[in-house]
Design a binder for this molecule. Structure first.
Ligand SMILES: Cc1cc2nc3c(=O)[nH]c(=O)nc-3n(C[C@H](O)[C@H](O)[C@H](O)COP(=O)(O)OP(=O)(O)OC[C@H]3O[C@@H](n4cnc5c(N)ncnc54)[C@H](O)[C@@H]3O)c2cc1C
Length: 471
């Protein structure tokens, strides 16, 4: 274990060098939970954040927090709760204009709509209380590494124009979507997943809108398809009169004009007459399967930087928090044993797959399907499906429909039977994939064989859905 002296900064004409045990890049959910967990164990952790202290935690988001009842304990839930501005939300409201239908679908588990910036400040505060140190205004520009794809040894950053070097036992990449760090690491000596393409991401944008009268749907998350299958609009009520309104589209599609398209929809909803907008933010989020492996000697990627987002809902806060915890615990074990190699860190990959990664990989199959089917056809079918079963499918990656429900759905869905058959076949492919992910390898040497079997299943997914290969 290190002492304060070891992390103290040393200044030279080339800049300042810091030497903590662990460097975390990014003060988002993943970074804060990882830092809090490691700091609580007595290790010296520095979190580097490119934003200023005032701006840190201000992150583009729909503000819907699912599963807050079971968040990691390194930052006490009671510390976050003041940011939960609406805990009365219990269902999704799916507006399907093509069918002139609104579906009300229960959402399982605890759900809150939050003041995201306040939550962002509170997780930083929670990690600080646990003992982590935050360096703001610090933009990481490079990763240092031993030659020929050897262990990562630290990062190089710029703090208000001055160069800074951080040397650490391990670097945690919590820098979010399209993390720049991964461009600077030579992963040729590990199985770290480099099969990442911009088309695996969704471009999203949101505004915080204040309305004069309380909205009628303050107990619901409102979803509405955009004109194309690969995008949707959302209206999430932070309070009865403060709404997070946003939209996103998969980057495989023709780019949408996010600001204009949102404006158009807002102008056509009576409840937003006279509304005022006070905050606008946009960002990319991964809508893909989780990385096959997110570890390299001395380096671990977590949260959006490792694809830990539910690819059908875009929800990534819970995955980021848990990835932070699992990575931190593998790192603590590695620091204790003096081994931060790929094999030593592997348990982190296993825990991610076991908790949510397998499920997200199966859900990605439906995402792939949505790029290949006609939006009107899909919406027609959605309108005919039983709501609880849809909710189950959306969150678990799998669902089963009993004979009575199947018959009912079938009668309701005359005219969509071709799509139903397609969906049924796709579900079988998703179930096969889920089963394979349940047997995710327990050491890096077995990954290549597992990937080969997975890729065969993905071939079947493309064949069944008619979609272009995604990976
Ligand atoms: C528009 C939108 C809506 C969303 N809606 C929801 C939702 O309703 N519910 C939900 O659960 N999820 C939602 N998500 C996803 C969710 O926001 C992310 O999954 C989650 O924030 C991931 O956390 P993270 O810690 O991995 O990354 P982030 O929260 O993105 O944090 C990364 C941090 O790293 C910093 N950083 C990046 N590069 C550097 C660098 N080079 N040097 C220093 N610092 C750096 C950034 O400034 C940032 O603070 C949404 C995403 C978007 C874009």
């Amino acid at each position: 274990m290190s002492t304060q002296e070891q992390s103290a900064a040393a200044s030279t004409p080339e800049g300042t060098t810091h030497s903590p045990d662990v460097v975390v890049v990014g003060a988002g959910t993943a970074g804060c939970y990882a830092a809090a967990t490691i700091a609580r164990d007595g290790y010296d952790v520095v979190v580097l954040e490119r934003k200023t202290e005032d701006e840190a935690g201000h992150i583009a988001c729909g503000d819907a927090l699912k599963g807050a009842d079971a968040f990691p304990e390194s930052i006490p839930k009671s510390h976050l709760e003041p940011a939960f501005t609406n805990t009365g939300v219990d269902h999704g409201r799916f507006e399907i204009p093509q069918e002139d239908t609104v579906l009300e679908i229960p959402i399982p588990g605890e759900l809150a709509v939050i003041d995201r910036w306040e939550y962002g400040r509170r997780i930083i505060d929670g990690a600080e209380n646990a003992g982590a140190d935050f360096h703001y205004d610090t933009v990481v520009q490079n990763v240092t590494q031993e030659p020929d794809g050897g262990p990562v040894t630290g990062v190089e950053a710029v703090h208000k124009g001055d160069p800074r070097t951080y040397e650490a036992e391990v670097v945690i990449d919590a820098a979010g979507s399209l993390s720049v760090l991964q461009d600077h690491v030579d992963f040729s000596n590990s199985t770290f997943d480099t099969n990442v393409d911009y088309s695996h991401f969704c471009s999203a944008y949101r505004e915080i809108v204040h309305v004069e009268e309380p909205v009628e749907w303050s107990d619901a998350l409102v979803f509405k398809p955009t004109e194309r299958a690969a995008g949707y609009l959302w209206y999430f009520p932070r309070t009865e009169t403060e709404i997070n309104a946003g939209l996103g589209f998969q980057m495989t599609e023709e780019p949408m004009k996010l600001v204009d398209d949102l404006k158009y929809d807002l102008e056509n909803r009576a409840e937003f007459d006279g509304a005022a907008v006070d905050d606008k933010l946009g960002a990319a989020l991964p809508t893909r399967r989780p990385y096959d492996s997110a570890v390299h000697p001395g380096y671990v990627a977590i949260g959006d930087a490792a694809g830990h987002v539910n690819p059908t809902t875009g929800g990534g806060i819970a995955g980021a928090a848990y990835a932070g915890k699992y990575a931190a615990e593998a790192i603590i074990a590695g620091l204790e044993d003096g081994d931060l190699g790929e094999k030593a860190l592997w348990e982190y990959n296993e825990r991610v797959m076991d908790h949510f990664g397998a499920r997200y990989a199966a859900l990605d199959v439906y995402n792939i399907l949505s790029t290949a089917v006609d939006v009107d056809e899909l919406m027609g079918l959605l309108a005919a499906m039983p709501g609880e079963k849809l909710a189950e499918a959306l969150y678990s990656g799998s669902t089963s429909i009993g004979p009575k429900l199947a018959l009912e759905s079938l009668l309701n869905s005359r005219g969509h039977w071709g799509t139903i058959w397609n969906l049924f076949q796709t579900k079988r492919r998703a179930d096969d994939l889920l089963e394979l992910y349940e047997h995710y390898p327990d050491h890096p040497a077995a990954l290549a064989h597992w990937q080969q079997r997975r890729d065969e299943l993905m071939e079947a997914v493309y064949e069944t859905t008619g979609a272009d290969p995604k990976y």
